[in-house]
Design a protein. Structure first.
Length: 624
């Protein structure tokens, strides 16, 4: 069994490989790739090879055959196959330059193997020296780990590696900001150094257990959100799938000081499913990094850490209290909820504010609008009685809620939120370009969406289409073909004969997933509700940060036709809405995390007509 990133693979007793999970780069090896090609059940890895060992990286997988030759499949952008190319593959290809290997190991985006004589070779990404060849150059073919050491086994972290020598000593190399190389320093190492074991006592005997061990609590951490960013503090909220403790480990972004710990507002030993912690005593306009810890689970944001920069010190503003209520569906008081609030106006969208609501507050939440700052944090956000506020509530297992209201309404305290695990998206007759704004409680397929939309009136839903591998792939309601999966991230076309409301159960997406976009057209969805929604021009800038000219245009479906924003031009600079889909055209691959504004309401969806058939922008292909 091998698992990493968001996929897993396993071997049967006869060496046949099966994989399941996420698959946009072909990491499942079944010949498919792209958004929506994930597999919630095992699929057979293509080809006739049998394996003795499987390993998994973040988005690539490898197997070692009985002939000791490695094969890999999935993402290869950094050379993690070791086959001399950077070409992704959705079926196994010979890897590691055809070397005979007795061991095979995979990290995030690099791979290592042990050859005859316990000589170690590595290949792939090497930005922190994780290949151990004395450089920080990515290697598309295997390079020998320097130092002439013989290793019996190798283990990988995100960007560091360790080997166990034949005399049972540990050696490590690569990224070392947090001391993961173990040599009592915090300096990255481009070749192996010995782990400092001088402080570890040699046991004279193995102790005998005298009591049952305390069960280890390993909750899943989700919906990590940053709010209340000021000059000297910021707040982090998150949810877990089981009651657990909550801690933020934080420190300067430059790693100049050790990580500190701050605990959940309700104490270090309390166990909750909704968590709220404030980091204070910070310097203005300074960058910080943090990790989220609950129970024995640590969320390091994929090894990159969560990053936040405090704002400058501003002049004092007048207090301006906004308040309302939040309750469970039956009207009772929830155990704990985090309420987030953002304002939108001519100056854009504000940075988010947040407040923790417990049973002690008796359903009431309160947020002071005097603390609102602009998204850049460098000035106070101006509000009037007509300023629109987006208020969301995250109750973890109790569900979520979202609403929009004017400042006048929240000043009066009349905004009432009701937690629910149901999400409702209004759709119009004709074509609708939509996206999931909640992670479904159970797996969702195209046929299930058809069934849900046809519950009230048969024949309401006609077809559902997705854009994959540069073309359209459709499911016709009532037919068994092309019953693809629906998931947050991509966009989908849905064609109806009459207006309907699409309702499904799930957790509202609060933290946007990072999407891997390809050269050409990408149909994506704004799934997350956040304090700083994506704007077309800002999206262009984000995608062009690494290399200018990456993003060309963004298009949305509105009033029965396409409306586009051309990157670099000031026209049609629309705001992305949660629950809607968008086409993005790129000249090269890139990554992006789309954030949506307030959920789309029935009144804000543009009418389309049955006669209007969408044509993918600039493609000239009439489909769906």
């Amino acid at each position: 069994l091998a698992a990493h990133g968001q996929h897993a693979c396993g071997l049967t007793h006869v060496g046949v490989a099966w994989c399941w999970g996420r698959n946009e780069f072909g990491q499942l090896g079944d010949g498919t790739n792209g958004y929506g090609s994930y597999r919630p059940s095992p699929v057979l890895v293509a080809g006739s090879k049998t394996f003795t060992r499987l390993v998994a990286g973040t988005a690539h997988s490898c197997g070692l055959t009985s002939g000791n030759i490695a094969s890999c499949w999935g993402r290869n952008a950094s050379g993690q196959f070791g086959d001399g190319t950077v070409i992704d593959q959705s079926t196994p290809v010979e890897a590691a330059g055809g070397k005979a290997l007795s061991g095979l190991y995979a990290g995030f985006d690099h791979t290592c193997g042990i050859a005859s004589g316990n000589v170690s070779w590595c290949w792939g990404k090497n930005d922190y020296g994780q290949l151990g060849d004395g450089s920080t150059t990515n290697r598309l073919s295997p390079v020998m780990v320097s130092g002439g050491l013989a290793f019996e086994s190798i283990s990988h972290g995100g960007a560091h590696s360790c080997g166990l020598s034949s005399n049972r000593f540990a050696w490590c190399w690569g990224f070392n900001t947090f001391g993961q190389v173990g040599d009592a320093s915090r300096t990255d190492h481009l070749s192996p150094v010995a782990v400092d074991v001088s402080a570890i006592p040699v046991p004279t005997q193995v102790p005998t257990a005298t009591a049952s061990p305390t069960p280890v609590v390993t909750p899943a951490i989700g919906s990590v959100r940053i709010a209340n960013v000021r000059d000297t503090s910021f707040t982090v909220s998150w949810v877990t799938d089981m009651a657990s403790t909550g801690t933020i480990r934080w420190g300067p972004d430059d790693g100049s000081a050790p990580m500190n710990a701050v605990y959940d507002k309700r104490g270090a030993s309390g166990t909750f499913t909704v968590h709220f912690a404030t980091v204070s005593g910070l310097a203005p306009s300074t960058g910080y990094r943090f990790d989220v810890v609950s129970g024995s689970t640590t969320d390091t944001n994929g090894g990159a850490h969560y990053l936040v920069t405090t704002g400058p010190t501003l002049g004092a503003t007048a207090p301006d209290q906004a308040f309302g209520t939040v309750s469970l569906r039956d009207g009772s008081t929830p155990a704990s909820v985090v309420v987030h609030l953002t304002a939108s106006g001519p100056s854009g969208t504000s940075a988010p504010l947040a407040a923790l609501v417990t049973t002690a507050e008796q359903k009431y939440w309160a947020v002071n609008l005097g603390n609102l700052r602009t998204a850049s944090l460098d000035s106070a956000f101006p509000v009037t009685a007509d300023t629109v506020l987006t208020v969301t509530a995250d109750g973890g297992p109790d569900g979520s809620a979202a609403s929009t209201a004017t400042v006048a309404v929240v000043r009066a305290g009349t905004l009432a939120l009701t937690l629910s695990d149901e999400v409702s998206q209004p759709l119009q007759a004709g074509w609708n370009l939509v996206a999931l704004r909640a992670a479904p409680a159970t797996s969702m397929t195209a046929s299930m969406v058809c069934t849900a939309l046809n519950v009230v009136t048969a024949g309401t839903a006609v077809e559902l289409d997705r854009w994959i591998n540069g073309g359209w792939d459709g499911h016709r309601c009532g037919l068994p073909v092309n019953d693809f999966a629906f998931e947050p991230g991509p966009g989908y076309f849905v064609r109806l004969t009459r207006p309907a409301t699409w309702t499904y159960r799930g957790a509202v997406v609060a933290t946007p997933a990072t999407l891997s976009l390809f050269t050409g057209w990408n149909l994506v969805g704004a799934s997350a509700i956040s304090g700083t929604p994506s704007v077309a021009s800002t999206t262009c800038s984000q995608l062009n940060t690494v290399q200018a000219g990456t993003a060309v245009e963004l298009d949305r479906w509105i009033d029965g036709g396409w409306e586009g924003h051309r990157c670099g031009l000031p026209v049609n600079d629309f705001t992305l809405q949660s629950g809607q889909g968008y086409f993005i055209r790129l000249t090269r691959p890139a990554t992006w995390a789309p954030v949506g504004a307030a959920p789309v309401s029935a009144s804000s969806i543009r009418n389309t007509t049955e006669a209007s058939t969408p044509v993918a922008p600039s493609l000239g292909v009439v489909r769906p």
